[in-house]
Ligand binder design. Structure first.
Ligand code: FAD
Ligand code: NAD
Length: 396
């Protein structure tokens, strides 16, 4: 029998952890493991709000794949997936190259959910990759520079964040920290800078603990964020946003952080999806395909009450690890174990030294939450790259 081919698409949390588990568990001759990713680096998505605001460099959130993957055991292909043909067991890359597989792992992450709102695709930014956040940072700096040459254009100094979910809240915290630095660098009166965080639901961080939500809003309001809650964004234009209440906010910088959907390649390849995510079985298999597994933001799993788990790095990591074990078991003719998420809690930053968190039933505020978040980052870096990577990357 020929060596089974395992093809992994995407080196994000889900795809990377599957790969790392497989490279650890399997011997060289047991399977041919191929990992395809757009870039030759993994990025720490959970940090991207920092380089987006400019409080950290984009390079800091990058980890070169050859630093963490044994390239003798894993065949790495730097390429962009264009489509998947599950009936033929092949994947086509934008380069035209066609890769075949016996087992496929889809870990292509998410895309911004625009809910069909007009103008967002054309005029809004989103925090989703190293290249995207570099552009946001440069654009913000450019707005300050432009204002100095056109001082009547205060809209250059107005920043709109769409959505007060965790991404919007974390970005607001960083942007508020960056503004004083930018004002000093560009000689701008801080009073002229406006940051609006606009949320459709009746509260920020819908579904999260109300005491922690209030704390977050207090901290961010003190830092200068103006919240508009219960006010959906209805349209985005090149001049700003139009709200459902008829108000218009003039701005040249709209950052859309109002939710995600699974990578559209999955739907375009014919898989059944809900908001771009495949409802997988207990072994993370796509319906109808025994040999196609889905992890991370492309996968949809439900809790005991029938509610979908939110797409998080925490779950993507656990799925990747479980799938790595299961694929090794499959190859060896052993039994797979069902995936059971073990949620450890939620930790979110509100800028330097500030945060909120819920770990078990314990609420965490301020510097304690911020410190716990650093500890959780450290644990992840250690997991993927050992103590060396953890020491190199973590910022206390
Ligand atoms: P990703 O990590 O997004 O990785 C997808 C990979 O696929 C990338 O390497 C990408 O380059 C590659 N790829 C995409 N398309 C193609 C293609 N066509 N061809 C080849 N490669 C491709 N979750 C938490 O649990 N805790 C947090 O604190 C947290 N903070 C966050 C902060 C921010 C600012 C954001 C935006 C998200 C945060 N999340 C957090 C959510 C978390 O980042 C995602 O749930 C997680 O990244 C999903 O992992 P994934 O493996 O599905 O995809
Ligand atoms: P989200 O879906 O969690 O939040 C989006 C927010 O945008 C919601 O509150 C929603 O009501 C709002 N919204 C939707 N349409 C709107 C409109 N038209 N106008 C204004 N507001 C609108 O999305 P997210 O914050 O990008 O998070 C995506 C996933 O990543 C989630 O699962 C989240 O838990 C996870 N995440 C976790 C962390 C963390 O744990 N620290 C940080 C970031 C993201």
């Amino acid at each position: 029998m020929s060596t089974p081919k395992i093809l992994i698409l995407g080196a994000g949390y889900g795809g990377l952890l599957t790969t790392l588990k497989l490279q650890k568990k399997l011997n060289y001759n047991e399977a041919e493991i191929t990992l395809v990713n757009k870039h030759n680096y993994h990025y720490i998505t959970t940090w991207l709000h920092e380089p987006a605001a400019g409080t950290a460099s984009a390079d800091h959130a990058r980890v070169n794949l050859d630093q963490i993957i044994d390239m003798n055991k894993v065949n790495f292909v730097k390429g962009t997936v264009q489509s998947i043909q599950p009936e033929e067991q092949t994947v086509t890359l934008e380069s035209g190259e066609v890769l075949s597989y016996d087992y496929l792992v889809i870990g292509l992450g998410s895309e911004p959910e625009t809910f069909g709102i007009q103008g967002l695709k054309e005029h809004a930014f989103s925090i989703r990759s190293i290249n995207a956040v570099r552009q946001i940072r440069e654009h913000i700096e450019y707005m300050f520079a432009k204002y100095k040459n056109e001082p009547e254009r205060t809209d250059y100094l107005t920043f709109v964040v769409g959505g007060a979910g965790f991404t919007g809240i974390e970005f607001c915290g960083e942007l508020a920290d960056r503004v004083p630095e930018l004002c000093q660098e560009f000689d701008v009166d801080p009073e002229l800078v406006k940051i609006y965080c606009i949320e459709a639901a009746p509260t920020a961080l819908p579904g999260f603990d109300p005491e922690l939500v209030n704390y977050a809003m207090d901290v961010l309001s003190r830092k200068g964020i103006e919240f508009k809650i219960g006010t959906p964004i209805k349209e985005c234009t090149e001049n700003g946003v139009l709200l459902a209440n008829g108000e218009e906010i003039k701005s040249k910088t709209v950052v859309w952080a109002a939710g995600v959907r699974g990578n559209s390649i999955v739907e375009k390849s014919g898989f059944e999806v809900m908001r771009g995510r495949v409802k997988v079985d207990e072994y993370l298999r796509a319906p109808g395909y025994e040999n196609v597994f889905v992890v991370g933001d492309c996968a949809l799993i439900f809790n005991a009450e029938g509610r979908p788990y939110p797409p998080t790095a925490q779950i993507a990591v656990q799925e990747g690890e479980c799938l790595g074990d299961n694929l090794a078991a499959l190859i060896r003719g052993e039994v797979m174990q069902p995936f059971v998420p073990a949620l450890q809690g939620t930790l979110a930053s509100l800028g330097k030294g500030e945060g909120i968190g819920m770990v078990g039933s314990k609420k965490l505020f301020g510097s304690t939450a911020a410190l716990m978040k650093k500890a959780s980052d450290l644990r992840y870096l250690w997991k993927i790259g050992g103590v060396g990577l953890a020491m190199k990357k973590v910022r206390l």
